[in-house]
Design a binder for this molecule. Structure first.
Ligand code: NAD
Length: 381
């Protein structure tokens, strides 16, 4: 059984799908691992380190992809990779199935079996494979560092001979995995932190990290099945913004992470709210590439409105590439373990993780949302 890893470090992706420690374990389990030359460089991992872990380094992308039983990726399949894929192969990665269903359709037409790391169920049993969480946590951490860098103030309280500096006030909106790590990081840097989320269940987690939870009494259901947030009504959103305005005005830093699966990100911070913020304040919008939690934020850019800097960083996990790759690699290898019985690939579709993460197999699109998206595309043609 051969696993292949390609070099994704050509654009803005610095992560690599497998790291040497995981390669070494896979080799001991009987896998042979082929790594494209330079694949680890973005994550500060040399070809030599992969060789020492038991991998083979190769340069010909057609041969690397073509001879793989399993191709492990971080980012979606590129057209060049697609060209070399054939029936019976397995691909695993953040395949962006709902953002780019065409590629999943093409993989299916070729008879490729595709697993999406985005679709791993968020259950206790699947926690060790939950790459959305391992990477979101990095994004939350890095968002705070970006904010601290952009803020013309200290984060911690300092008592010095030249006077006392009060701690920075940080407001985190959306306390999922990224938001909770943002709270923890801001607390470690000495800021006072407030947080808000429409899911009341996160209140205790927020408080246990030493932050104050802002209760906004929304008179409607805010939690969907599976524990995810629901899209709330326009009225409820408007009411939440009214309550939160004062907190936004008081904050030196606002970090927004709110998402509703399959929907445009909710607008939590409007231009009118920004107007009341102190000059020099910073907003980091982690949902900038999902439509934005903050009005005016631009994916991949920093803009300034009314003296407030608004950052819209994209792909933050890639900026912490070594550890992001380490965690992702472990998530993937835990998924691989479920696919192998007695040293051969044996996919058990009665397993909720295998069936939940599988997009297509045996020329059948198995994921209903991808099926619907593909049907929608056909209607448009
Ligand atoms: P996410 O990235 O989908 O959303 C981030 C946060 O935004 C969520 O906490 C959500 O409640 C919040 N949000 C949505 N709309 C909002 C609004 N209008 N205003 C304020 N906040 C809003 O979330 P996530 O981090 O991927 O976590 C989603 C769910 O998955 C949570 O229930 C989490 O506990 C659960 N989860 C479970 C496991 C597990 O059991 N293995 C692991 C990770 C996450």
């Amino acid at each position: 059984m051969n696993i292949a890893v390609v070099n994704e470090n050509r654009g803005f992706e610095r992560r690599v799908a497998l790291v040497p420690a995981v390669v070494s374990t896979l080799v001991k389990q009987g896998w042979s691992v082929t790594i494209e030359q330079g694949a680890g460089l973005g994550a500060a991992i040399s070809d030599q380190a992969f060789v020492e872990a038991g991998a083979t380094i190769a340069t010909d992308i057609a041969a690397i992809v073509g001879s793989a039983d399993v191709l492990v990726k971080v980012s979606p399949i590129t057209p060049a990779e697609l060209d070399h894929l054939r029936s019976g192969q397995i691909v695993i990665g953040f395949l962006n199935p709902l953002g780019n269903p065409q590629t999943i359709g093409q993989l299916n037409d070729r008879g490729v079996t595709a697993f999406s790391m985005e679709m791993i169920p968020r259950t206790s049993r699947a926690q060790s494979m939950d790459a959305l969480s391992s990477q979101a946590s990095i994004a939350g951490y890095k968002a705070v560092l970006l904010a601290a860098d952009a803020l013309p103030r200290y984060f911690p309280m300092l008592t010095t001979a030249a006077g006392t500096i009060p701690p920075a006030k940080v407001l985190v909106m959306g306390a999922g995995v990224a938001g909770l790590q943002a709270i923890a990081t801001a607390r470690r840097l000495g800021a006072t932190v407030e947080a808000y989320d429409i899911r009341p269940a996160v209140k205790e987690e927020v408080q246990s990290l030493g932050a104050k939870f802002i209760d906004v009494a929304l008179n409607e259901e805010t939690v969907a099945t599976g524990g995810y947030a629901k899209e709330i009504s326009q009225n409820a959103q408007e009411y939440a913004r009214q309550v939160l305005t004062k907190h936004v005005h008081d904050a030196d830093v606002v970090i927004t992470t709110a998402q509703v699966p399959g929907r445009k990100a909710p607008v939590l911070v409007t231009e009118a709210m920004i107007l009341g913020m102190k000059p020099g304040s910073v907003i980091v919008d982690l949902a900038a590439d999902q439509g934005g939690n903050c009005e005016g934020s631009q994916p991949g850019q920093t803009i300034e409105r009314h003296g407030v800097k608004i950052l819209g960083p994209v792909n933050l996990p890639s900026t912490v590439a070594t550890h992001a790759s380490q965690l992702y690699s472990k998530n993937v290898s835990n998924l691989l373990k479920l696919m192998v019985k007695e040293a051969t690939i044996a996919l058990d579709f009665s397993d909720d993780i295998i069936s939940g993460a599988c997009l297509c197999h045996d020329r059948e699109v198995r994921n209903q949302r991808v099926k619907d998206a593909l049907a929608q595309l056909q209607v448009q043609v």
